[in-house]
Design a binder for this molecule. Structure first.
Ligand SMILES: *[C@@H]1O[C@H](CO)[C@@H](O)[C@H](O)[C@H]1NC(C)=O
Ligand SMILES: *[C@@H]1O[C@H](CO)[C@@H](O)[C@H](O)[C@H]1NC(C)=O
Ligand SMILES: *[C@@H]1O[C@H](CO)[C@@H](O)[C@H](O)[C@H]1NC(C)=O
Ligand SMILES: *[C@@H]1O[C@H](CO)[C@@H](O)[C@H](O)[C@H]1NC(C)=O
Ligand SMILES: *[C@@H]1O[C@H](CO)[C@@H](O)[C@H](O)[C@H]1NC(C)=O
Ligand SMILES: *[C@@H]1O[C@H](CO)[C@@H](O)[C@H](O)[C@H]1NC(C)=O
Ligand SMILES: *[C@@H]1O[C@H](CO)[C@@H](O)[C@H](O)[C@H]1NC(C)=O
Length: 461
């Protein structure tokens, strides 16, 4: 098990405002039959996939050719997913494409799953491919408009775009005559989009509902592929490197967001939750595990499409493999001492014992411990332990030499623990005596569940 990734989910909520854009672009004739639209310049291909052969291009839907709908067995009463890939190194589909196709069929067996093939335009030098997203977006918009002209309802259309493909989806969503139901952006590519205008990149009003899954693993190189929008401030040093390096950076970017989305499709029993938070620091302090007023939401496919005027930044931790779900806890306690001290970055090991299972030795670093102050930190378990009954806290030596001579010690009288997944708040007391003595490099202190409920006290106020 071990290392957990750190994921950041951003969900852009948009209000429904599906005014047709009518004459804002000359490409589309709004009024009429498909014959009035010129589809001849469409270079992108629309491969409709089959659950039995998820990685094979067996039939292409051709905009303007009604026969292709019948030939390819497009189901006009099922929902439709369009998968849009990103920058391509080799001019081939990457393996995530068929994995996502399979996962969509597994969740929605009757769906139309279409892979948008723009490999020719995507396998150029990165900046050229990035520029091509506009053309491909226009292709996809024409395709969607064509479906709508054949009375296919756009409420059933969900665009899924990865990396540059997320911006293709954004451009497309903006150019369609009416809004598609949903666009999911999976790690929207950053370079050359940072300062792009709304028409060129994915933005919250490109669909009735826009959600962006933005992953960023701790310890990854700083040259992260990311974008800075929807109130998300993303680390972006070294963005002035030359374009050759940029290709490398893009190539090295992982497909984690895709696997997280696939997880949400296929592992329904392990639905991950994300929590609204103002910053990563606040999240790591465990301060954001509330679900009140829609502050938490499901990650991925099953997201509750809550409409709100503002975008929300949501955070969660994950395991390093599927199913990614972890259980989040806030641990809050007061540190008493006669000695005045402040210690930073302290390593702890926490063991959890619950009604269903136990999880030993979860490593956590407490950013700051000061005399007579309250600390709060986030703890995650990759196991579902059920209802938490007992916990042990072990303060490890900071380093061998330092810890060996250390006599640092704090007294703890009680501990409040909030669970994100169950929303329960429970008070814990030292198992032996009124105070537990937490000694640096010493023995673990055991706390047991108390009958007091911090919540009810809070409510009395
Ligand atoms: C857009 O179309 C409407 C009628 O559909 C028309 O009144 C308006 O002048 C047009 N705007 C532009 C910029 O062409
Ligand atoms: C529809 O398009 C045709 C040809 O493009 C045009 O002649 C006709 O006036 C249009 N009708 C409306 C209602 O805009
Ligand atoms: C869906 O397809 C069936 C047969 O292919 C057709 O009878 C029906 O009218 C279509 N529905 C719509 C809304 O186009
Ligand atoms: C397209 O984007 C522009 C600028 O952000 C916006 O005003 C317009 O409403 C968008 N159109 C659609 C259909 O989303
Ligand atoms: C990369 O990030 C680490 C911390 O995450 C920082 O210490 C380091 O200075 C950064 N490197 C560059 C080149 O910005
Ligand atoms: C504890 O130390 C801090 C600075 O290290 C100081 O500001 C504070 O006054 C001290 N408090 C006591 C009670 O000694
Ligand atoms: C911390 O508070 C306790 C009483 O709550 C007090 O006895 C002790 O002196 C305080 N420690 C410092 C360093 O001020």
């Amino acid at each position: 098990m071990g290392t957990e990734g750190f994921w950041l989910l951003v969900i852009g909520f948009s209000l429904i405002a599906s005014e047709p854009i009518s004459n804002s672009t000359e490409v589309f004739a709004r009024n009429s039959t498909e014959l009035t639209v010129d589809y001849s310049d469409i270079e992108s291909k629309f491969s409709i996939r089959n659950p039995e052969f998820p990685d094979e291009d067996l039939c292409y839907l051709v905009p303007g050719q009604r026969d292709s709908i019948l030939d390819c067995n497009f189901k006009n009463d099922s929902q439709t997913f369009l998968i849009i890939h990103g920058w391509s190194v080799a001019g081939l589909f990457e393996s995530w494409v068929y994995k996502l196709v399979s996962a969509l069929f597994e969740r929605e067996p009757s769906a139309n799953v279409i892979v948008v093939d723009w490999l020719d335009r995507a396998s150029k030098h990165y900046p050229k491919s990035a520029e091509n997203t506009g053309l491909v977006g226009a292709d996809v918009a024409k395709f969607v408009n064509w479906l709508e002209e054949m009375d296919y309802p756009l409420e059933k259309v969900h665009l899924l775009g990865y990396s540059l493909g997320a911006h293709v989806a954004g451009v497309a969503g903006n150019l369609t005559n009416n809004k598609v139901n949903r666009i999911t952006g999976l790690d929207p590519a950053g370079p050359s989009f940072e300062n792009a205008d709304h028409l060129r990149r994915l933005s919250p009003d490109d669909a009735t509902f826009v959600d962006v899954l933005h992953t960023n693993t701790r310890g990854s190189p700083n040259l992260s592929i990311g974008i800075h929008y929807l109130n998300l401030v993303f680390q972006h040093e070294n963005s002035r490197r030359d374009w050759h390096d940029m290709d490398q950076i893009v190539k090295c970017s992982h497909e984690r967001s895709i696997h997280l989305f696939i997880d949400s499709l296929v592992n329904r029993a392990y639905q991950s939750w994300a929590y609204r938070c103002s910053s990563r620091d606040a999240f790591n302090k465990g301060l954001c595990l509330s679900c009140r007023k829609n502050r938490c939401n499901k990650l991925g496919y099953g997201v509750n499409k809550i409409r709100s005027a503002r975008s929300a930044k949501m955070y969660l931790k994950t395991r390093d493999m599927m199913p990614f779900k972890v259980f989040h806890y806030q641990i809050k306690l007061h540190l008493f001492s006669d000695k005045n001290m402040t210690l930073l970055e302290q390593p702890m090991k926490v063991s959890l014992f619950g009604t269903a299972d136990e999880r030993d030795d979860i490593a956590v670093t407490v950013p700051s411990m000061s005399t007579n102050s309250t600390i709060s930190f986030l703890l995650t378990s990759d196991k579902d332990i059920g209802e938490l009954l007992m916990l042990s806290l072990h303060w490890e030596k900071e380093s061998y030499l330092y810890g060996f001579f250390s006599t640092n010690q704090f007294m703890i009288r009680k501990m409040r623990i909030k669970s994100g997944e169950t929303q329960s708040r429970v008070m814990f007391r030292p198992k032996d005596g009124e105070f537990g003595s937490l000694v640096q490099g010493g023995d673990a202190v055991v706390f047991v569940k108390s009958s007091e409920t911090p919540q009810s006290r809070r409510e009395q106020r």
